[in-house]
Design a binder for this molecule. Structure first.
Ligand code: BES
Ligand code: MG
Ligand code: ZN
Length: 504
């Protein structure tokens, strides 16, 4: 378990075994030099003026200083163009540094702030460190005791006086990144160890430690309540469907809750409309929307935010069998709308729709946000590094957009209009579950909008961003596997909402 401490640089008394300095292409290091002894400064000057190190982004240079120097080693890390330094620069660089330090078997290091001392940069650095050191290796021989050392202590060296305030920020980052890593753990579980029942029981065990109330709806209950969408999709598997209800009631929270819905298809074969074999293994990640909702609840509860948040996670396994739902079936959904199933591989929208209608009726939320690995079409539209956003509330959309720019979780809005509703009209039922190839990500959202009533709603299609896949750009803080995409953005959203509600 890595610990991050905040302290002032005092190399006379306390020289670090490894000191890390971020250097941009302007090669500015003057601000650090007064903490270093004369000899070290001279050495650095030479390295930089001889262009042995240029500060180019992605590069690094390890300087073993030898016994004549106080500090053991210095690692220079390139930050690139000095005019383009952002929180994301700090997040990615700090993550790379942590990984590098692990590679060179150095469990403790000290680091000067990357980009700057402002709290947002320190926050981003801490995120980069906690998130990049995540590994899912419990199925490998040796498990977590693999070859390299575990990073133990990182000291961030700051000069300003408000060390206490910065420590608080690190504590919050720790709560949030632990929630992200928990979500990653669930997302990365192989489907043979993560049936709907197993996903639910692991989440309930977590919720019990965080004062989150849980209810689990079983198949027969869902049947009698009319949650036929979830039951239909889940009935082809011997692992029965479940609906996990997570309720967090923060201190002095207002009545109306926020509602989050997450798609958790523990494995998506496509069902009777079977998928081709290529990359089908990746459909273990089709539960990531649900895992993210579970992670967000953990973050909100861990921060003890003064709000109410409900998480609904419909969990199913989409399998072909003699008990599967079929193309041609017509399902009467929870809100009494009928859906013609044309393709059993468009299962996510069916389970989300039921959960959404149920949650809105039962909890009367002020708004709804859903997370889902919903369509391959969203990847065709935006690639594997940007999630698609569709929704009915302009304030909420622009709010999330700007938060996502700060957290590095990119989203882009797609339109929703009458023409897309046209595509999902059915001859035999109120709507059908696919709308053809064109605008596939949007017609999926149009389907969902039939189940939101007038509640302000935003849908995030995270098919491309929920795990590292073909086309994912390399980022230190997203190690291979599930990413927990969007959890930090929504945690920030709730932090700001808490402030707003209580200022009002
Ligand atoms: N889980 C998939 C979407 C998906 C595909 C996510 C690839 C990530 C990578 C979803 O259930 C699905 O199968 N969608 C179909 C919809 C189609 C049948 C209209 C798709 O995208 O092909
Ligand atoms: Mg599918
Ligand atoms: Zn799916």
């Amino acid at each position: 378990m890595v610990e991050i401490v905040i302290e002032k640089p005092r190399f006379e008394e306390n020289p670090p075994p490894l000191l890390i300095m971020g250097i941009s292409e302007s090669k500015e290091y003057a601000k650090y030099s007064r903490h270093l002894d004369f000899k070290t400064v001279e050495y650095l000057k030479e390295i930089l003026s001889e262009r042995i190190f240029t500060g180019k982004i992605g590069t690094s240079l390890l300087l073993p200083l030898g016994s004549n120097y106080k500090i053991g080693k210095i690692l220079l890390v390139g930050l690139g163009n000095p005019d383009k330094l952002t929180e994301e620069t700090a997040r990615i660089a700090a993550g790379k540094i942590a990984i590098k330090s692990r590679e060179i078997n150095e469990p403790n290091f000290s680091i000067f702030p990357i980009v700057g001392e402002e709290s947002r940069y320190i926050e981003a650095m801490a995120e980069g460190i906690f998130l990049s050191l995540y590994k899912f290796d419990r199925y490998k021989a040796g498990g977590s005791e693999s070859e390299s050392v575990n990073i133990q202590k990182v000291s961030i060296l700051i000069e300003s006086e408000n060390i206490e305030e910065v420590k608080k920020i690190i504590e919050h980052v720790k709560v949030i990144t632990d929630a992200v890593n928990f979500s990653r753990d669930l997302g990365n579980l192989p489907p043979n160890d993560c049936s709907p029942g197993q996903l639910v029981s692991q989440s309930v065990a977590m919720a019990d430690r965080y004062q989150i109330r849980t209810t689990v709806l079983e198949r027969y209950q869902m049947e009698s309540m009319g949650l036929n969408g979830i039951v239909s999709v889940g009935k082809g598997s011997n692992n029965p469907p479940k609906m996990l209800v997570l309720e967090y009631y923060g201190p002095s929270a207002e009545e109306r809750p926020y509602l989050l819905i997450g798609k958790a298809v523990t494995f998506d074969t496509g069902g009777i409309s079977l998928k081709p074999g290529d990359k089908m293994d990746e459909m273990k990640y089709d539960k990531c929307g649900g895992c993210n909702v579970i992670g967000i609840l953990r973050a909100v509860a861990g921060l003890r935010l003064p709000i109410r948040v409900i998480g609904l996670v419909p969990c199913v396994e989409n399998m072909p069998s003699s008990s599967s739902y079929r193309p041609g079936d017509i399902i009467k959904m929870f809100n009494d709308k009928t859906v013609e199933v044309v393709n059993t591989d468009a299962e996510g929208r069916i389970i989300l729709a039921d959960a959404m209608a149920y949650g809105i009726k039962l909890f009367n939320p002020r708004l709804v946000i859903d997370f889902a690995t919903l369509t391959g079409a969203s990847i065709i539209a935006l690639g594997a590094n940007v999630a698609a956003m569709v929704g009915t509330d302009d304030d909420l959309k622009s709010n999330l957009k700007s938060l996502s720019e700060r957290t590095g979780e990119k989203i882009w809005e797609l339109p929703l209009g009458e023409e897309y509703h046209e595509q999902i009209k059915s001859h035999f039922a109120d709507i059908k579950n696919i709308g053809g190839r064109p605008a596939g990500a949007i017609t999926a959202a149009a389907f969902l909008s039939n189940f939101t009533d007038a509640t302000p709603w935003v849908h995030l299609d995270i098919a491309g961003t929920a795990w590292t896949q073909d086309g994912t750009s390399e980022k230190s803080y997203n190690p291979k596997g599930a990413t927990g995409f969007g959890i930090r953005m929504i945690a920030k959203f709730f932090i700001e909402e808490s402030r707003r509600n209580h200022a009002a």
